[in-house]
Design a protein around this ligand. Structure first.
Ligand code: UGY
Ligand code: MN
Length: 242
């Protein structure tokens, strides 16, 4: 659709709001019957890569030189790694750096993909592969607020150098504070919508939007609407900022 040059998408040095009307598809090496919408990359200032893979049945992702996290948004994929792991919507996988694997769509699928070079720590063993299903992960209220539930998809162990969570806000729920922290975020809106404060700006955001928040970017979210708002959020974690 023609929007006469208007969009909600914005990019600054501290954050990005990327709305579906501005998505451009690109092939990546090794992908077959699939395409990628790149959301975050080092060229933006991010220490990780995040993209949405749109896959036809039988399509595959290419290899990666980094750690890889997959979260199935729609359809189903098979992750071949020491056997076969079938993931439906809400299924996810963590694949350590250097662990060979093949990701094949079993039906038309959309998959959120996060890749990050592993930051080793002396004396700490690297984490192994991990597979899960969001529906089976217990949620916790954030700062005692039952209207804001967090599910931690990656085990809470210091071996992992990043976290991926889902956060679900009942209508009207909001973050209790404007956060400012060293960790950066990649955020994919999964449902509902609301208002996101990023830096000194406020944005209307809705399901399908992507947000990158750089280090120390002031951030706050309040859910608006009659249905819950939910997002998938990445952060670097468990490492010294030095
Ligand atoms: O984990 C977080 O830092 C999270 N509360 N940030 C956010 O939702 N913007
Ligand atoms: Mn945060």
């Amino acid at each position: 659709m023609q929007h006469l040059g208007h969009t909600r998408s914005r990019v600054t040095t501290s954050h990005l709001v990327q709305t579906p009307d501005t998505f451009v598809r690109t092939p990546l090496p090794g992908m077959t019957k699939a395409t990628a919408i790149i959301h975050a990359a080092p060229s933006l200032g991010a220490g990780f890569v995040q993209f949405t893979a749109e896959m036809e049945a039988g399509g595959t992702l290419g290899p990666t030189t980094a750690q890889r996290f997959l979260y199935v948004l729609e359809g189903s994929v098979d992750v071949g790694q020491n056997g076969s792991h079938l993931l439906g919507a809400g299924g996810y996988a963590y694949l350590p750096q250097g662990v060979a694997h093949v990701v094949t769509a079993k039906s038309a699928a959309r998959v959120a993909v996060i890749e990050k070079p592993y930051q080793p720590v002396d004396g700490l063993a690297e984490p192994g592969p991990y597979f899960g299903d969001e529906a089976k992960v217990a949620s916790q209220p954030l700062m005692g607020d039952d209207a804001l539930q967090v599910r931690c998809l990656i085990p809470d162990q210091v071996e992992f150098d990043f976290a991926v969570n889902t956060m679900e806000y009942q209508p009207g729920a909001a973050l209790a504070l404007v956060e400012m922290h060293v960790m950066e975020h990649g955020l994919l809106m999964l449902a509902g919508g609301g208002v996101y404060r990023l830096g000194d700006d406020w944005y209307s955001v809705a399901a399908g939007d992507f947000i990158w928040m750089g280090t120390f970017c002031p951030q706050w979210f309040g859910a608006i609407g009659k249905t819950p708002a939910k997002y998938l959020i990445y952060k670097d974690w468990n490492r010294s900022p030095l």
